[in-house]
Design a protein around this ligand. Structure first.
Ligand SMILES: *Cc1c(COP(=O)(O)O)cnc(C)c1O
Length: 360
């Protein structure tokens, strides 16, 4: 495939300190773009300078949010070469999201070619300090000029890149515990909705709860189910795991309200490999509070591409703190982080077949 490259004539200065990148604060010099027309399919793949672009104000996406995104990372190995982590899973999820949103599927080979091409162009931006990686944000939206609430006839697909550090800010790549707000009023996703898909509307609707969480000095929101406000679902934009009496529990996917995280799936597989009991089942917030009180709540952690593994030290519910064990980083969260991030960065041998070397 021929992907023409228009190089920037005005390269940006690289972030000076790789240990202070934050999450998605800097973007690289280039982006991948292609377009779709009904009847013609995907066309005009290209690499361009990362820059603002024109969009017609009546474009459907700006009004009705027919869009989707993905989140993945490229990692620098100790030998300097670059690899991805389970990109086949992102491709499969992107397909399910596109189906849900009535958008054209992005062919796997076209996606991988475009992704490789743009990462290659900006390979010098990929950091190597502990805890860092190149965050990759593919996204697709309908930009037909139309106010009819129907699938668009024209779409744009883009991939932008950001050298990134830890999502739960300010550390040396090591782990610290955070406080999480239990949200019992607003919901993220309901059965029959779009909770299992990575679509913008899910996140816009969640900001009200995030604001509440911040007001209670919490880092993020623990979402409860929409029907009964009783069962735990996810933590912010990560999946949630609870270790009680040596069983690790996470919400099942069958309600359609849980985003099927690639990190979630990897955590479950690693725990099974290590002989740790792991269950995908409903767990009520009351059972968690009871376990906090009687001492059987051993760990809570969140998992996601951005968050990797984020241990939780406190749950805050209506202004009251419930502690998670001794509030310190738990041993399973630490072991998962070391192994997962180790495999991703090539410091731990990948015996799961999860890594995808880019060949440069
Ligand atoms: C992206 C996301 C996750 C984590 O998925 P990963 O594939 O592990 O990055 C979990 N929950 C929500 C709501 C998300 O948007």
């Amino acid at each position: 495939m021929n992907i023409p490259v228009t190089r920037t004539t005005n390269p940006k200065p690289r972030p000076e300190d790789e240990t202070k990148l934050g999450f998605a604060r800097y973007f690289t010099d280039h982006m991948f773009v292609m377009e779709y027309d009904e009847g013609k399919g995907w066309h005009s793949p290209r690499i361009e300078p990362h820059a603002p672009f024109l969009i017609e104000p009546a474009s459907a996406v700006l009004h009705y949010a027919q869009m989707m995104f993905e989140g993945m990372k490229a990692y620098r190995k100790p030998d300097g070469s670059i690899q991805l982590f389970r990109p086949d899973m992102n491709i499969a999820r992107m397909k399910r999201t596109c189906e849900r949103m009535c958008m054209p599927e992005v062919p796997a080979d076209l996606f991988l070619e475009g992704l490789k091409a743009v990462i290659y162009e900006d390979r010098d931006w990929i950091p190597s300090a502990p805890g860092t990686s190149l965050y990759i944000r593919p996204f697709l939206f309908g930009d037909e000029v139309s106010f009819s609430v129907l699938p668009a006839q024209h779409y744009r697909f883009m991939i932008i890149l950001s050298p990134t550090g830890s999502y739960y800010a300010a550390n040396d790549g090591g782990l610290t515990t955070t406080r999480i707000f239990v949200e019992d009023e607003y919901i993220r996703a309901a059965p029959g909705g779009t909770g299992y898909a990575k679509v913008g509307g899910n996140y816009g609707g969640g900001m009200r709860a995030s604001k509440k969480a911040i007001a209670y000095q919490c880092k993020d929101v623990l979402w409860l189910d929409a029907m009964e406000h009783k069962y735990v679902e996810e933590i912010g934009t990560s999946n949630a795991f609870f270790r009680i009496n040596d069983e690790v529990i996470t919400a099942p996917l069958d309600s359609g309200t849980i985003l099927p995280g690639i990190t979630r799936n990897s955590v479950i597989q690693l725990l099974k490999k290590w002989g740790i009991k792991v269950s995908e089942r409903k767990l009520s917030i009351d059972d968690i509070f009871a376990a906090s009180k009687d001492g059987s709540l051993q760990e809570i952690f969140a998992s996601g591409t951005a968050a990797v593994i984020s241990p939780i030290g406190w749950l805050n519910y209506k202004g009251e703190d419930y502690t998670v064990a001794d509030t310190k980083v738990g041993p399973i969260a630490q072991k998962l982080y070391d192994n997962l991030y180790g495999i991703q960065t090539g410091k731990v041998e990948d015996d799961m077949g999860w890594t995808y070397p880019l060949g440069f």
